[in-house]
Ligand binder design. Structure first.
Ligand code: AQP
Length: 348
């Protein structure tokens, strides 16, 4: 059966609905902001129904100190709001408050195949050499992510490049569920990966993704960094001694330089081609201060707003609780129908 929906777009038969999430496994980075949050705001502004989730159940797939996790979750909620997510227009909540995520994840654990999960590069990267010691949750992470999007009949998921493989798996899981149970119940989601900064790289190593859990704080810009810290990190960012070329082809073998150009482009909402055209011939002694000034002009107001919001954590908790209730109203009927489809007896 097809869940009765209206205007099809992307997933035939399903109304467009956007869902995405970020793990509160640390503070928000510039990578999260440019690769995800800015695009979350754009989706919200487009008028489509949007749900944004602080995926705390994902965060505990690697060890989290409980007090730090609680703080990071609230600070991340403040970061979403400070970046332009309006809790009145988007549904903003933390994952563990909506039980259907974990419930559907279990069902999907029974649909997905071990071999599919074993191919996930994020698991291989995060588990490292000692795979036997990785948590079962880290291995099953993509099933929980599939549940996150499927439990709302999501059609579109804005993410950075690193999540492409997980979303492809979510598509496979939805297709297998629909096939095994002979239904047309779950939409096959569309990843939305676009813009100049779908992969912001570390400021210390242009071949590594900027990550909130990188041991070096100098590798990333945090949304909680003040203006002086942002400028210092950009000044100290690894680069090469060559000036900027006149076209992008000249950056092909220069990952650090390319990264700073991409960051500039994404912050200024222009193309990387326009950045190199405007700054051709400049050395980093000139380009870095221009980038620092731009970064501070965009990020300092967000930092100020995070600080203001964090002065009232009770209000943040209230917003997350309200979002969770609204999310649950969408997820619960879909979860109940899933139980019916797979043959569970439900006393109503
Ligand atoms: N460097 C990045 N460039 C572009 N997009 C990025 N995203 C993360 N890092 C970058 C996007 O942000 C969203 C949320 O990702 P996440 O924090 O839940 O998980 P992650 O991708 O594993 O990010 P981190 O910072 O590397 O987290 P840790 O260190 O905890 O593993 C996703 O849309 C992601 O693409």
């Amino acid at each position: 059966m097809t869940d009765a929906q209206t205007a099809p777009d992307g997933a035939p038969g399903f109304a467009p609905r956007v869902f995405s999430g970020i793990q509160p496994s640390g503070g928000l980075t510039l990578g999260n902001y440019l690769g995800a949050l800015k695009r979350f705001v754009a989706a919200q502004e487009s008028g489509v129904e949007t749900l944004y989730c602080l995926v705390d159940l994902h965060a505990i797939t690697v060890w989290q100190d409980p007090a730090r996790l609680r703080h990071a979750t609230r600070e991340m909620a403040a970061g979403f709001i400070a970046s332009g997510i309006d809790p009145a227009r988007s549904i903003l909540f933390n994952q563990s408050q909506v039980g259907a995520h974990a419930e559907l994840a279990w069902v999907l654990n029974c649909v997905a195949r071990m071999g599919w999960l074993g191919r996930m590069t994020q698991f291989k990267d995060k588990a490292g050499k000692n795979r036997e010691n990785a948590s079962v949750g880290l291995f099953a992470y993509p099933c929980l992510m599939a549940a996150d999007v499927m439990v709302y009949h999501t059609t579109h998921v804005p993410v950075g490049e690193d999540q492409k493989q997980h979303l492809e798996l979510a598509r496979e899981i939805a297709i297998k569920f629909n096939h095994d149970y002979e239904v047309d119940f779950f939409p096959v989601v569309e990843p939305v990966i676009e813009g100049a900064a779908t992969r912001v790289m570390s400021l210390r190593d242009g071949t590594k993704k900027m990550s909130k859990s990188d041991p070096s704080d100098m590798s990333r810009i945090n949304l909680t960094d003040d203006a002086d810290t942002i400028s210092l990190k950009i000044r100290k960012a690894r680069t090469d001694p060559e000036p900027l070329p006149g076209d992008l082809a000249g950056l092909a073998e220069r990952p650090e330089a390319r990264n700073l150009v991409n960051i500039y482009a994404a912050l200024a909402d222009i193309t990387p081609e326009a950045v190199v055209a405007d700054h051709a011939g400049q050395g980093f002694g000139t380009f870095k201060p221009a980038l620092a000034e731009l970064a501070v002009s965009v990020l300092a107001p967000i930092n100020d707003e995070i600080n203001r919001l964090m002065a009232d954590v009770a209000e943040i908790d209230r917003i997350l609780g309200d979002g969770a209730q609204r999310a649950d109203m969408i997820a619960r009927p879909i979860m109940e129908r899933t139980y019916d489809i797979v043959g569970m007896v439900r006393a109503r």
